[in-house]
Write a protein that binds this ligand. Structure first.
Ligand SMILES: Nc1nc2c(ncn2[C@@H]2O[C@H](COP(=O)(O)OP(=O)(O)OP(=O)(O)O)[C@@H](O)[C@H]2O)c(=O)[nH]1
Ligand SMILES: [Mg+2]
Length: 214
């Protein structure tokens, strides 16, 4: 990728997919991240419409297949490619274990990496009380992402029950997760902005730092 081309690109696109992804992006957007553009995607038209982010993609749920790219053809593919293009780094965010994010993050990661854009996924794993089936699906989703994206950051929601004081509201607990991921997105934005870090290979290398969720 040439330097002149790089000058036309924004630093990063941060894309929230499904309910959790949209919530986390809503928090990040309200706090601000230098050089970032935010996009939200969901199968749920009503919650998409109510979201403050102006860049929204309605996913056609009847076309969500089991195969990550099985449903993604024609216009749907074009809308996703448009949403994923134009940045030096793509960050995909979602809660694994449900339908939307578990299926659509791998699709987006494949498209984005296919465009030659380093792609970082930031995902949550469900609480244990949500059931073993949901956890199993979530883990399969993470495994799939690890085979596609440059880096996958995983936050286990269950940790919130161990680490936050009894009586913490779910909203506050989720804000805690969003803050951890916000700090990491800001760090990534700084990496991309580094004048000495213009080429894709060195950016990919530098993406692998300490795990913010460990
Ligand atoms: N940290 C965090 N986790 C969340 C939040 N909302 C949901 N989750 C987790 O994310 C998982 C997926 O939930 P959703 O994001 O609602 O699912 P979805 O991707 O929209 O998929 P469907 O609604 O099933 O189509 C849940 O099982 C929760 O564990 C949130 O705001 N913050
Ligand atoms: Mg949903």
């Amino acid at each position: 990728m040439s330097t002149s081309h790089n000058r036309d690109l924004i630093a990063l696109k941060v894309i929230g997919i499904g309910g959790a992804g949209m919530n986390i992006v809503s928090h990040m957007r309200s706090q601000g991240v230098d050089g970032a553009e935010f996009v939200v995607m969901n199968t749920d038209a009503a919650s998409l419409k109510a979201h403050p982010c102006p860049q929204r993609v309605l996913l056609e749920d009847e076309r969500l297949g089991e195969e990550p790219l099985g449903w993604c053809e024609g216009e749907s593919r074009g809308a996703l490619v448009d949403a994923l293009s134009g940045a030096r780094l793509v960050v995909l965010i979602g809660g694994m274990g449900g339908d939307t994010a578990t299926k659509v993050l791998p699709t987006c990661a494949r498209l984005s990496e296919g465009l030659g854009v380093p792609t970082v996924c930031m995902v949550t794993l469900p609480f244990a009380f949500e059931g073993a089936g949901r956890m199993e699906r979530a883990r399969q989703g993470v495994d799939r992402l690890e085979g596609i994206a440059e880096r996958v950051v995983v936050f286990q929601n269950e940790r919130l029950l161990r680490e936050l004081p009894v009586g913490t509201t779910l909203d506050d607990a989720f804000r805690h997760v969003s803050d951890i991921l916000l700090r990491e997105v800001r760090r990534l934005s700084g990496l991309v902005g580094d004048a000495g870090d213009r080429d894709e290979a060195s950016l990919r290398h530098r993406l692998h730092d300490e795990d913010p969720c460990s």
